[in-house]
Design a protein around this ligand. Structure first.
Ligand SMILES: Nc1nc2c(ncn2[C@@H]2O[C@H](COP(=O)(O)OP(=O)(O)OP(=O)(O)O)[C@@H](O)[C@H]2O)c(=O)[nH]1
Ligand SMILES: [Mg+2]
Length: 286
């Protein structure tokens, strides 16, 4: 089993499920382990272990995780999580022990990336992105408006920064970017998860897709689909394609207030492949 250290940043649209992704990883539900027999996720710090409490206290009790607060001045308060993730090898993949450091950015930061009036405020944040090995950028909607006025401008700005900084620091040419469509247990997305590149991104976010594929080769940027919640039964024996998801009925917008329908059938999808690719450049199919 080879040891790999990876320092990544998780950012993207508000409520796209960044914190839930990390909390699900920390909790490592049984069915996630079943998909990768022998998988071990070790939370290395107390802050990371608190993610497990978040899941037990909130998601498994039928409540939804709260959004991260955002104040560009409070850089030092940004949550940082550290894991050791042991992914045993098999015929298809080599085993790795991943020493993973992540920072979980609040969604609002993503909206500020292209804004000229915010550049001074977010300078520390932007600089930090370029001190890492990889980015996991999460999104969850495909509003044509967001394709054109949120995602594409953010990626244009990131690309511009990256190209400028690569000239000074050629190591940045190794930085990998995983672009992830989250909450893919939703009925209209689930069948598309197997080919997220063409079936999710090219079709649903055409402008962003066109820009990204023109600027980045697949060794640097790839598209993924994941769902922290999954569907109720995703193996052939107990097949049940209903999303393992309930929405709170207190008037909170749906995307902000989902929780697990049945924690006992919790079967996250696609959590490991983006991490494995960021660390190794090899894509796993789940
Ligand atoms: N349907 C569904 N909902 C999810 C999934 N993952 C997270 N959610 C819900 O989406 C909402 C936002 O989740 P968060 O994890 O707080 O999202 P975030 O990206 O960290 O949000 P910010 O920190 O505000 O940027 C919550 O109501 C979650 O319960 C998923 O896989 N499927
Ligand atoms: Mg969050």
């Amino acid at each position: 089993m080879s040891n790999i250290s990876n320092d990544i940043r998780i950012f993207g649209a508000r409520s796209s499920g960044k914190t839930s992704y990390l909390a699900t990883l920390a909790r490592c539900p049984q069915r996630l382990e079943d998909k990768y027999p022998g998988l071990e996720v070790i939370c290395r710090t107390n802050e990371t272990k608190k993610l497990i409490d978040l899941v037990i206290d909130i998601l498994e009790q039928g409540m939804s995780i709260a959004g991260n607060s955002y104040d560009p001045k409070l850089w030092d308060t940004l949550p940082e999580y550290q894991f050791i993730i042991k992914i045993p090898g098999n015929k298809q993949r080599k085993g790795i022990e991943l020493d993973l450091l992540t920072k979980d950015f609040p969604g609002e930061f993503f909206y500020d990336i292209p804004r000229t009036d915010k550049q001074d405020d977010i300078k520390t944040w932007i600089d930090d992105l370029f001190s890492t090995d990889g980015w996991m950028i999460m999104m969850t909607d495909w509003e044509p408006r967001n394709d054109i006025s949120l995602y594409k401008p953010a990626f244009e700005k990131l690309y511009e920064e990256l190209s400028g900084r690569e000239r000074i620091n050629p190591d940045l040419k190794e930085l990998r970017i995983a672009v992830v469509m989250t909450k893919c247990e939703r009925g209209e997305l689930w069948p598309c998860r197997l080919d997220p590149d063409e079936d999710l991104f090219e079709v649903r976010l055409p402008e962003t897709y066109k820009f990204l594929t023109q600027k980045f080769k697949p060794d640097r940027l790839q598209f993924f689909a994941c769902s922290a919640f999954g569907i109720l039964g995703d193996d052939l024996k107990n097949f049940d394609p209903r999303p393992n998801c309930l929405f709170e009925e207190d008037g909170t917008p749906e995307e902000d207030a989902a929780t697990l329908r049945d924690p006992r059938q919790w079967s996250p999808y696609g959590l490991i492949p983006p991490l494995y690719w960021l660390a190794t450049g090899i894509r796993l199919e789940e």
